[in-house]
Design a protein around this ligand. Sequence first.
Ligand SMILES: [Zn+2]
Ligand SMILES: [Zn+2]
Ligand SMILES: [Zn+2]
Ligand SMILES: [Zn+2]
Length: 479
Amino acid sequence: MLEFSEHCKVLKNDTLGRYVTTTRKIFPGEVLLSEGPTLIMPNCSEKRCTNCLRLTSKVCRKCKIFLLCGSCLSHHEFECNFFEKLTCIHPNDIAANMNSYGTLKCLLLNENPNTKHVFEQFYSLESHQEKRRGSKIWSENSKTVVKPIISSGIIPFFGQTKNIDEELIQHICGAIDVNSFEIRAPDNGSMRAIYLKASLLAHQCVANTCISIDDSYQMKIYANCEIEKGDMLTYCYTNPLLSTEERRYSLMIGKYFFCNCARCVDPTELGSHMSSLVCNACPDKGFILHKEKNWSCQKCGFTMTAENVDGILSRSKEEILLAKDDIRKYENLIEKFYKVFHPNHYLIIDLKQNVAALLRTFLMNPICRPGKLVLERKTTLCEDILTVLRIIQPGISRLKAIALYEMFTSYAELNRLRFHENEINEFELLEILKQAETMLREAIRMLLYEPVNTPEGQLTKSMLKELRDLQNDMKMLFN
Ligand SMILES: [Zn+2]
Ligand SMILES: [Zn+2]
Ligand SMILES: [Zn+2]
Ligand SMILES: [Zn+2]
């Protein structure tokens, strides 16, 4: 396992606990941390092989505790041997609750002399025990982790951890929930993993680092912009394409803090207006912004109660759900929402992403002959999504790279079609393809930091090929 770059330093204060800063100016793309996972866990509803992490329901014949698929001969030697030696326990209690495997694996770290220090580091992670006590997640863990582990009869065999009781197990569950990262499973589903060092990074909704994880679960954290000496390293723990209220809610539920970052405290969300509503009361076309408890128009002062706004939002979300995958219904909703929300509102951006994804599937179908309208629409949608991303992810960003690439493909295709239909001449086409080349280059530049063995890494490879093809096309036009 590697460490933080020599230009990073771990510090501690009362508000943040431990956090990471830089000891010199950092440049975009510079790698700040490479780290392997301490623990990988399936999502609680899924049964996965402990060795290869593919879905399975077979149990290891040797230890009778861990799941092991038909293609894997063995798994972690220490873990398997530990349970093989134990007799008269009730493994079924554990096997029926996938949620308990994470805790078991943690306890095993402490039993193994080689990983004892890792357990100590893990155990010192924040678990927010007091905030979780008595909550829904607490009783869920009580049922699916604490009870199965206790009733299986294995506790007396964990000689290195004293007093394994509900309190200790809940602390482990909390440390896992609060600090785990979502990672990609081999079948593209999702799993959770603990990366001890990466979990020291503080949160900001507009962060200065990006995380990428390759297919052997090695994590790399790199700077997405210039970071000044002494600045704190940050990572966004939540979906940046949500509104301030929703981001704060998900951070409160999952990470137990109220975000007061620059984007969260600004009612316009740094000018992106991802939460703003249209003011229908004023002649100046003002926007209704969220300030503390109330919502009010920035121009005429018209106010709305939070209940009122919540009602509009939940009705709108309901309408999106009902329109599921129907492109025409989505487009109608976009038109309808323009009357209520700012064009950058997160629900409109969400709809636009849905429409763009459906158009992409349509365009990829070889029997469809896409008309100019479809290509034009997809180009505009990508442009709108990019407008927002450029504000909330100003540096290197995977989301931005993919939106740019999507825009490039439809824009280039659209104009080739125009050329074939004699709407534009070769000089005009050449100028347009030059613009398209700039988009593609910018997208590639942002994805170059992705490891080769990830879907993004593969995408970068095919983008580089498309860049060469485009350049050849342009040469041909010239001759
Ligand atoms: Zn396997
Ligand atoms: Zn085994
Ligand atoms: Zn924030
Ligand atoms: Zn107004």
